[in-house]
Design a protein around this ligand. Structure first.
Ligand code: PEP
Ligand code: MG
Length: 895
């Protein structure tokens, strides 16, 4: 029995509650052992031991002793011993952190073989070729992983041998060939590694454990963690397990199986099986596997036993599970299980089905889907046109529609992405080395491997489009081209469309159409299983959410769309867009006005147009709040560009008077830092009549809607306020106009008046602002810029890529709210605001309102609503419900 402070746990002593310590793999094996599933015996070294190793560069003092004790117990249990030539025990040494990181860390198989044991293994199994093949695999894996020798050197030896003997595949090498390859590998290790391959199996084991610990910090593992928001300080557990062999003949094999389809979520067993093969051959996609049906045909009993174990696991975990299994001479062994990665589509289907089967509650089903996943399902898909003949078909491994230029290696994908181009990464098969390219590309296309290959699993985890195993394509990575069966050649740089939903690849860019999910959410009805699952999740989210979801919309059409997508009002109606197009000349007139009369007549001309805008929006949002923000951007944005205008005037013989006046105005209004210049409330205070005109248009629109029998709820918002005095003055002007319009209309027109909180000073002095505000709306775009002291456009174009690469922050503070900095100001402002004005309402209308992960923070902070772009409303509704349940804020539901 392991003491609580142990660094090593036998499978029988662990459980899934210990995932932090034993990693997902170790905990899963322990849990399966407890459930009585056939697990090859073994033990797991904790993540704590790894953390200690990484911190000090040495194993913890007791680790060696504990490993020796567990090993002795294991040897006794299986009746074989590590290094015993007559009955050799072989073990695998595998990594496994708390969160699955497929293929990112190291695994070493067949530990325990040496010059003597290889003969023992041959005798015990009666398979000499198998024993020598296992030995050469160990030398190859150990040499590369533990001794850091370039794996290409081993491959070169193999290739040279095959060429010499005139063979095509590794499987054709006979015992004699393998024996001489073993000799060559040993000399290669001596030459390149500077020492002999250790013949002592215990030394092999300890070195393997150390290199698995170190692989936690490999470049690809770090990159994967940064992308999946997995903390860097968790460390990996190491599982040591008795080897079982799928390559002992026709009655052996290896496979991967899922309790449901991880791509579509369809109920029913799903998986791949490769007869006569080791597990690694299935997972790497190096050999194309058959479906589980082939196992059913070859060994019905084993298939049924596997199906029974999968049922047990799904019942136990109440979720989709996947397993890796091996059949050794007719005996089934389960090597690993975990809650399986799935696509966004499958996540919704499975959660909904499990809830319908009463295996989980509706709350739990909601916890298992994420806003980002719903966003993905809202994207358009390719239109199905009979004329589109695909270049090739493969396995639909991760759904979605992607268009991009073909690249043939990871580096090219990264380079092109940096240049702003969308790419499709095409490989024969992917390995963990391809990770940067997979991240950079829009889609991944491989010519080999099935739904459980590296490409498929990793792409699914990232929500990337993937088609794999498109076998009719000949991929020539060196010549940088692919050739279809009918002879079409696609070169690097050509555009293709990859349909991860149907598993097809097309030349050129296919047209896109709306997603069924989006149509269903907009109409509120559906007949499809997926759309129904989404509708039920969103409805449940609405029923538990506290945060209200509004939309940022400034046209009646956007307002109507937002409402159809479930918005409960408009949280930000920007009025600046209403001054563009045909109306630009009217605002120019206002800017150019040299006296009050000219300015008034320019504003008078704008008034009816603004009123019309507001009437349309209030009508589309009848019965719901519409927060209208008075003009915010600097006036020069409404004037021609300084350089263009100067050039135009310089080339004119006789410039018109208006052009000269315009140039004067542009020069007068030119600012070094317009973001921090004359804008927002500052404009309202220095341009007489501007805010009054806008307020009048709002009030008259409200009055008109009331006359028409509507139910308008306009709210007036003052932007970029820094001090209470600005707000007091602006509010007084707005109130005066509301009173005037009320007087003329003969009925009271009342609108709540509030302020944006988007400057640090406003947030710091929120208690003072709140005395003049009915509501606050946090403008987290400007607030993030001003708190960080950087302009978003400039930062993103210059140093952000380096900052993200160097992990200065894991995600841009413009994408996900910076809780430590901006978030603290929001919390402070809310507390001050509510203290001074207990009836103060508060929301957020920056881009962060559309980020599901940030929505969890806004819920915790105690805001009343979030406002986001219409298209994001469904995902944010989902996030608001999940936040109310205290669900994890996301980043990777697929983990
Ligand atoms: C903000 O600053 O967050 C905001 C909503 O205003 P804008 O993006 O229009 O400056
Ligand atoms: Mg702003």
């Amino acid at each position: 029995m392991s003491a609580p402070t142990s660094y090593v746990y036998a499978f029988a002593d662990g459980s899934r509650e210990l995932t932090d310590l034993l990693g997902g793999k170790g905990a899963g094996l322990a849990e399966m052992s407890r459930l009585g599933l056939p697990v090859p015996p073994g033990f797991t070294i904790t993540t704590q031991a790894c953390r200690s190793y990484l911190a000090t560069g040495e194993e913890p003092a007791d680790l060696g002793v504990e490993v020796a004790q567990q090993l002795a117990a294991l040897e006794q249990a299986v009746g074989r011993s590590l290094g015993a030539a007559d009955r050799p025990l072989l073990v695998s040494v595998r990594s496994g952190g708390k969160f699955s990181m497929p293929g990112m860390m190291e695994t070493i198989l067949d530990i325990g073989l040496n010059d003597a044991c290889v003969r023992g293994l041959a005798r015990v199994t009666g398979k000499e070729r198998f024993a020598w093949d296992s030995y050469r695999r160990l030398l190859q894996m150990f040499g590369h992983t533990v001794m850091d020798i370039d794996s290409a050197l081993f491959e070169e030896v193999l290739a040279a041998r095959k060429q010499k003997y005139g063979l095509k595949n590794d499987t054709e090498l006979d015992t004699g060939h393998l024996k001489s390859i073993v000799q060559e590998f040993k000399s290669l290790i001596r030459r390149e590694g500077g020492e002999e391959f250790p013949q002592d199996p215990v030394t092999q084991l300890h070195q393997a454990i150390r290199s698995v610990f170190s692989s936690w910090n490999s470049e690809r593992a770090r990159l994967y963690r940064a992308r999946e928001a997995i903390p860097d300080d968790l460390g990996t557990a190491v599982t040591i397990q008795t080897m079982v062999f799928g390559n002992l003949g026709a009655d052996s094999g290896s496979g991967v199986a899922f309790t449901r389809d991880p791509v579509t979520g369809e109920p029913g067993l799903y998986g791949d099986y490769l007869p006569g093969a080791q597990g690694e051959d299935v997972v790497s996609g190096a050999r194309d596997a058959a479906s589980l049906d082939s196992l059913r045909t070859a060994s019905p009993d084993v298939h049924d036993e596997l199906a029974g174990h999968l049922r047990t696991l799904e019942h136990h975990y109440r979720d989709l599970c996947d397993v890796e299994f091996t059949v050794e001479r007719g005996t089934l062994w389960i090597l690993q299980t975990r809650v399986g990665k799935r696509t966004a589509e499958a996540a919704f289907r499975i959660a909904d089905d499990l809830a319908a089967e009463h295996r989980i509650s509706r709350d739990e089903a909601l916890r298992r889907v994420e806003g980002e996943q719903l966003n993905r399902l809202m994207f358009p898909r390719f239109a199905q046109r009979p004329c589109d003949v695909p270049l090739a078909g493969g396995v639909a491994a991760s759904p979605g529609a992607a268009v991009g230029v073909v690249v043939f290696d990871s580096r090219a994908a990264v380079r092109e992405a940096r240049a702003g181009r969308r790419t499709v990464l095409v490989r024969r098969e992917t390995t963990p080395e391809d990770l940067p390219g997979m991240i950079a590309a829009e889609a991944v296309l491989t010519s080999r491997g099935g739904k459980t290959s590296h490409a498929a699993v990793v792409a699914r985890g990232m929500g990337k489009v993937c088609v794999c195993g498109a076998e009719t394509l000949t991929v020539d990575e060196t010549a940088r081209r692919l050739t279809t069966r009918s002879g079409v050649v696609v070169h690097e740089g050509d555009t293709v469309s990859v349909d991860g939903t149907t598993g097809t690849v097309h030349l050129g860019a296919l047209p896109l159409i709306d997603s069924d999910v989006r149509t269903a959410v907009e109409s509120g009805t559906s007949t499809g299983a997926l759309s129904n699952a989404v509708l039920r999740s969103v409805a449940h989210a609405d029923s538990v959410a506290r945060l209200e979801v509004r939309a940022n919309a400034d046209t009646p059409a956007d307002a109507a769309l937002a409402r159809r997508l479930g918005a409960r009002g408009i949280g930000l109606c920007r009025t600046e867009h209403m001054f563009l197009g045909d109306r630009r000349s009217l605002i120019e007139d206002m800017i150019l006005a040299t006296d009050d009369d000219a300015r008034r007549s320019a504003l008078d001309a704008l008034l009816p147009l603004q009123r019309l805008d507001f009437v349309g929006i209030l009508k589309a949002m009848d019965g719901l709040p519409v927060t209208i923000r008075l003009l915010d951007p600097p006036l020069h944005e409404f004037l021609p560009d300084l350089t263009e205008l100067s050039v135009r005037l310089a080339t004119m013989e006789n410039p018109a008077r208006r052009d000269r006046e315009l140039l004067d105005a542009v020069q007068r209004l030119h600012e070094q830092n317009p973001m921090l210049g004359l804008r927002g409330v500052r404009l309202g205070l220095v341009v007489p009549g501007l805010f009054a005109m806008q307020t009048r248009a709002i009030a008259e629109a409200v009055e008109q809607r009331l006359r028409e029998g509507g139910d308008p709820h306009a709210e007036i918002m003052i932007p970029l306020v820094a001090t209470a005095e600005e707000l007091r003055l602006a509010r007084a002007e707005v109130q005066q106009v509301l009173a005037d319009v009320s007087g003329t209309a003969g009925r009271r027109i009342d609108c709540p008046i509030g302020t944006m909180v988007e400057l640090p000073r406003a947030a710091l002095t929120a208690d003072r602002l709140a005395r003049h505000a009915d509501f606050f709306s946090f403008g987290t775009n400007d607030l993030t810029q001003t708190v960080w002291g950087m302009s978003r456009d400039d930062a993103e174009a210059s140093f952000f890529p380096v900052y993200l690469d160097r992990a200065v922050f894991p995600v841009s503070p413009f994408d996900s709210i910076d809780e430590e900095g901006v978030g603290r100001l929001i919390t402070h402002a809310l507390a001050g605001g509510h203290k001074a004005n207990p009836r103060l309402a508060a929301g957020i209308c920056g881009e962060h309102g559309g980020d599901p992960a940030s929505v969890h923070f806004f819920h915790r902070a105690g805001l009343d609503y979030v406002s986001c772009s219409p298209f994001r409303v469904p995902a944010v509704r989902l996030a608001a419900g999940r936040a109310a349940l205290g669900a994890a804020s996301g980043g990777s539901a697929s983990r």
